[in-house]
Design a binder for this molecule. Structure first.
Ligand code: B1M
Length: 206
């Protein structure tokens, strides 16, 4: 079994104590940070499928998420670029009712490394909190993440409230599409953390 496969298996099994070490070993062996990250994301997909199939339950999903976060911590300095310019403040959060934060954290990390000053509101963030924080910090862009079909209405409420208050909004998360982003009047949509950076930079330059 390759080191990457071992990492995938340990993330899926929620072995929080060994993932960081394995990620470091994979790096030392020449694996690319992006390759390791993609492997862990794939692993979370498998975890989700097992949950859908009733083979595992919420606690197992949670422990896998923790294991992945340990691996991401090791990759963080390597995935982060060299932000020499300041692009302004970006407020980020996961919308009300939604507790998923791995994808949001990746997006936040990538935006920060691209030069944005990040204010991370965490998870389960009400629309009003996004607006209030964006106002207080004169945000150039606000990023909202949603992972559940049931929290897509909260994403809509957030986007519309922010647009009403005059802010530029980018949205994303597994159930979100460009069509939905258009419907909820968001300025931008990105399917993954890398493209969130490209889109956010494009939007603030407009
Ligand atoms: Co939950 N969960 N979960 N979960 N969970 C999903 C999302 C699910 C698809 C699993 C499944 O059934 N197959 C399913 C949603 C189904 C749906 O709505 N269609 C689901 C469910 C049902 C639930 C609960 C309702 C389960 C229950 O209680 N019965 C519950 C809801 C709790 C709540 O939020 N109120 C729940 C709870 C949890 C845990 C708390 C246990 C845990 C989260 C822990 C944490 O995040 N700290 C958890 C986990 C781990 C998952 C899965 C397995 C993994 C999510 C993840 O981290 N993926 C997930 C299955 C899956 O994703 N396939 C699942 C890796 C991450 C890197 O990907 O977040 O998609 P993702 O981010 C991507 C892109 O989406 C994008 O960039 C990232 C990649 O670069 N992106 C953006 C994300 N945000 C962006 C913002 C942007 C741009 C791009 O711009 C602003």
């Amino acid at each position: 079994m390759s080191k990457i496969q071992e990492i995938q298996e340990m993330v899926a099994k929620g072995k929080t104590k060994v993932v960081a070490g394995l990620v470091q070993e994979a790096l030392d062996g020449g694996a690319q940070p992006k390759e390791i990250l993609d492997a862990m994301i794939e692993s979370m997909g498998i975890v989700g499928d097992k949950f859908s199939a009733g083979e595992i339950f919420v606690p197992e999903m949670l422990i896998s998420a923790k294991a992945m976060s340990k691996g991401v911590d090791v990759l963080k300095p390597l995935l982060a670029g060299d932000a020499s310019t300041s692009l302004g403040t970006c407020v980020i959060g996961t919308v009300a009712g939604d507790l998923h934060d791995i994808g949001k954290n990746l997006v936040s990390m990538m935006l920060e490394s691209a030069g944005f000053t990040m204010i991370d509101l965490g998870v389960d963030v009400p629309a009003a909190k996004f607006v209030e924080t964006a106002k207080e910090n004169n945000a150039v862009i606000v990023a909202a993440s949603g992972l559940l079909t049931t929290t897509m209405p909260a994403l809509k409420e957030t986007s519309l409230a922010l647009k009403d208050a005059g802010f530029t909004v980018i949205v994303g998360g597994a159930p979100v599409t460009q069509a939905y982003a258009d419907e909820i009047k968001a300025d931008g949509y990105a399917p993954d953390a890398g493209s969130a950076v490209t889109k956010a930079k494009e939007l603030v330059k407009k």
